[in-house]
Ligand binder design. Structure first.
Ligand code: NAD
Length: 313
């Protein structure tokens, strides 16, 4: 049986956490990453094979690896990026994903795992939102992710490979490198008296700790035996942005921070005011999020200001 796997985006936040757990499980790992937002420091370079490749380039020129599974986590992960740059989600998400699928087919890799996002739901009016509730798209990032999903499903239905698609809420925890907690910690380190909050602070979101997320991705993708399956991966709990800010300030021992709101229901154009996913399909495979959102936020803050992260040094 082939023991090697490929992880695209393996030097990034989620990918490097997937890689750490795969190493513990004794798997030989090949990382395809151009290090645009990823970092070698996230990796134990003695225990992985890092191939510096831009996945937009011709997939026929990528190293040929005999692998059992293709974990595809490389992307433009910045939901807001597409607002100003209308190309980025097409090239970094859709073109890259199509290249990855064609590479997997050419190299006879029979298992394809993809990182999609809760943004594909746009602004739903059913909560918790189930996998079959697709509404109008509200961001080019979400539009590219649902397009990637469609390509992967079509390839699966051509019988090229089994595929597992995960729609994630926001991940938090060790390795965290972008998102609301990063934004708040960065601002508070610059000025501990005031914090600008995008929107009115009443946006309600769900968050998932990396340890729960990694377990979900690796276990569920290995267990299901359908040709192609989509799973929401999120938390039963939700939290509004003001409460999240309170926890960040408390963890940083800041008592008198004045919040300043930019106003409006959304933090930015394309932001969803409420994200809460139904995860019963994933739970049918024995998975359950075990780390509370509050504990995950506190650990993320401690990680960001730690020597280990070196994010703000
Ligand atoms: P990240 O930016 O930390 O990691 C992305 C990785 O992909 C980086 O290592 C980057 O260098 C690499 N990459 C980007 N473009 C590339 C290219 N053209 N060629 C080769 N490598 C390239 O992002 P992340 O937060 O770890 O996200 C991982 C995946 O999960 C992405 O697909 C993202 O859209 C999805 N996702 C993330 C979250 C979250 O909360 N972080 C939520 C939903 C979905």
């Amino acid at each position: 049986m082939k023991k090697d796997v490929i992880v695209t985006g393996g030097a990034g936040f989620i990918g490097s956490n997937i890689v750490s757990t795969l190493i513990e499980r004794g798997v030989n790992i090949h990382i395809f990453d151009n290090l645009s937002t990823g970092n070698k420091k996230n990796l134990d370079l003695n225990r992985v094979n890092l191939h510096k490749i831009d996945l937009k380039d011709d997939y026929r020129k990528w190293p040929k690896i005999e692998a059992s599974t293709f974990y595809h986590f490389a992307a433009n992960a910045d939901v807001r990026g597409g607002l100003k740059n209308h190309e980025v989600d097409i090239t970094e998400n859709l073109l890259v994903t199509k290249n990855c699928c064609d590479y997997a087919i050419e190299n006879n890799i029979l298992d394809f795992v993809f990182a999609s996002s809760a943004t594909v739901y746009g602004e739903p009016n059913i909560f918790p939102t189930k996998e079959d509730c697709i509404f109008s798209q509200t961001s080019l990032y979400g539009a590219s992710k649902i397009s990637c999903e469609a390509f992967i499903q079509a390839y699966s239905n051509y019988d090229y490979f089994k595929s597992t698609i995960f729609r994630f809420v926001s991940w938090i925890g060790k390795g965290y490198s972008h998102g609301v907690i990063y934004d708040f910690v960065e601002k508070l380190l610059k000025n501990e008296n005031k914090l600008e909050i995008l929107g009115d602070g009443n946006q309600i979101k769900s968050y998932l700790d990396v340890r729960d997320g990694v377990k979900g991705v690796l276990d569920i993708s290995a267990l299901h035996n359908k040709k192609s399956c989509v799973f929401n991966l999120g938390h039963d709990e939700v939290m509004n942005v003001i409460k999240l800010a309170d926890i960040v300030c408390d963890e940083m021992n800041l008592e008198k921070v004045q919040y300043e709101f930019t106003g409006g229901k959304r933090g930015w154009i394309g932001d969803s005011p409420l994200v809460h996913l139904d995860t019963n399909r994933a739970k049918d495979y024995g998975w359950y999020p075990r780390i509370s959102i509050e504990d995950g936020i506190r650990e993320t803050v401690r990680y960001l200001i730690s020597d280990e992260s070196r994010r703000f040094r």
